[in-house]
Ligand binder design. Structure first.
Ligand code: AMP
Ligand code: MG
Length: 351
């Protein structure tokens, strides 16, 4: 039995992708393992070892009423954690799994209560990240995992960020490189007559609607039903906000935003126009307008996908640089833009 990582001086094994078997060994023995996924890094434990699941909450400082997502290597495993798989869920998983979609299904009673924060439902996801898949297969058990950040901090999108969050608090960190999407998965509640999106992600409402036809796919907060806010405890908890005040601006409104901003050190995020991105070879530039000594740090994102992928890392960089103001361009709402706008609004304290 592995000692619990209650002490912040726990020795963490830093494993490269080829060591996924070793990482799975720690997890099977009741340990905590940080692992890569295509969305963000996860902090995993065997979903059927109640003590191990409890230790996730301790390592993160996570409120006990915030449920975890159960990660599976393939769709055929869903019955190991869910009491039933409604037809809509099957359609959605068939189309979008493996991938960044978490569906909320009725849970099996055998699942430890802590994994679902005592709810009658369980969040299930089948990730596509190749190292994650190998790791999950080697684990041989459903893996309960929230994002691998300490509560209130940004979700890690590469192994270095994960290490800064969790070194000394977990048994192992498995490095799978930078995450493809960089924003947390879409979470959707599956009901008999409708799907309710609880959190926007890379699988958009439009994508799900395309598969489901006449079954409505509702936007987050589109109904004021109290049962729904009870069903999505995660949305009650404050999402990560950088230390700096975040102000959002629409495309083309940067000068107006700069004129209003009064930061002593300002971080600026802009989205390059498609032609500008092509002209610079699509590279991401870091410039300091006004030359050395300027108080502005500029990050130009070459696409909406690049923006999503780099958002949390950029916020952390601005925090480290001592920015007290961040001006961030709102991207168009198509594709992952909807999820990105959601995370930007949360960072700006708008919800
Ligand atoms: P994280 O992986 O850190 O983003 O946290 C998982 C999120 O998934 C939680 O904050 C919830 O919003 C959501 N979630 C997981 N399980 C459930 C569930 N059974 N019901 C509603 N939401 C869930
Ligand atoms: Mg999280």
């Amino acid at each position: 039995v592995i000692s619990r990582p209650a002490s912040p001086h726990h020795k963490t094994a830093h494993l490269t992708a080829s060591d996924y078997q070793k990482a799975a060994g720690y997890l099977r023995r009741g340990g905590l393992v940080v692992f890569p996924t295509e969305t963000v890094y996860g902090l995993g434990a065997d979903a059927f070892q109640a003590d191990a699941v409890d230790s996730i909450f301790a390592a993160k400082g996570r409120p006990a009423d915030n449920p975890l997502i159960v990660h599976l290597p393939e769709v055929s495993w869903i019955e190991r954690v869910a009491a039933s798989v409604p037809a809509h869920a099957e359609l959605l998983f068939r189309r979008f799994s493996p991938g960044p979609l978490t569906l909320i299904l009725p849970r099996l009673p055998e699942l430890p209560a802590a994994a679902t924060a005592g709810l009658p439902t369980v969040g299930v996801r089948i990730p596509s990240h190749p190292v994650c898949r190998k790791f999950l297969i080697a684990c041989g058990t459903p893996v309960a995992a929230p994002s691998a950040n300490r509560s209130g901090r940004p979700s890690p999108t590469d192994a270095a960020m994960a290490r800064r969050e969790m070194d000394g608090r977990v048994h192992a960190i498995l490095d799978g490189g930078p995450c493809e999407h960089g924003l947390e998965s879409t979470v959707a509640l599956v009901e008999e007559r409708r799907i309710v999106v609880l959190r926007e992600g890379a699988v958009t409402r439009e994508m799900m609607q395309g598969v489901l036809g006449r079954i409505p796919v509702l936007a987050p907060n589109s109904t004021a039903e109290p049962e729904l806010s009870a069903a999505s405890p995660g949305t009650r908890h404050a999402h990560y906000k950088p230390a700096a005040r975040v102000v959002l601006f629409e495309a083309g409104r940067l000068s107006a935003a700069l004129a209003e901003g009064e930061g002593s050190r300002t971080g600026v995020i802009t989205l390059m126009k498609r032609d500008a991105a092509a002209a610079t070879g699509g590279g991401r530039e870091t410039q300091v307008p006004g030359g050395p000594g300027s108080r502005h740090l500029l990050r130009s994102m070459k696409s909406v996908e690049d923006y999503a992928h780099s958002l949390y890392r950029t916020f952390v960089e601005f925090d480290h640089a001592g920015c007290d103001l961040i001006l961030a361009e709102l991207p168009p709402a198509g594709g992952i833009g909807a999820a990105l706008r959601d995370r930007l609004r949360r960072a700006a304290g708008q919800e």
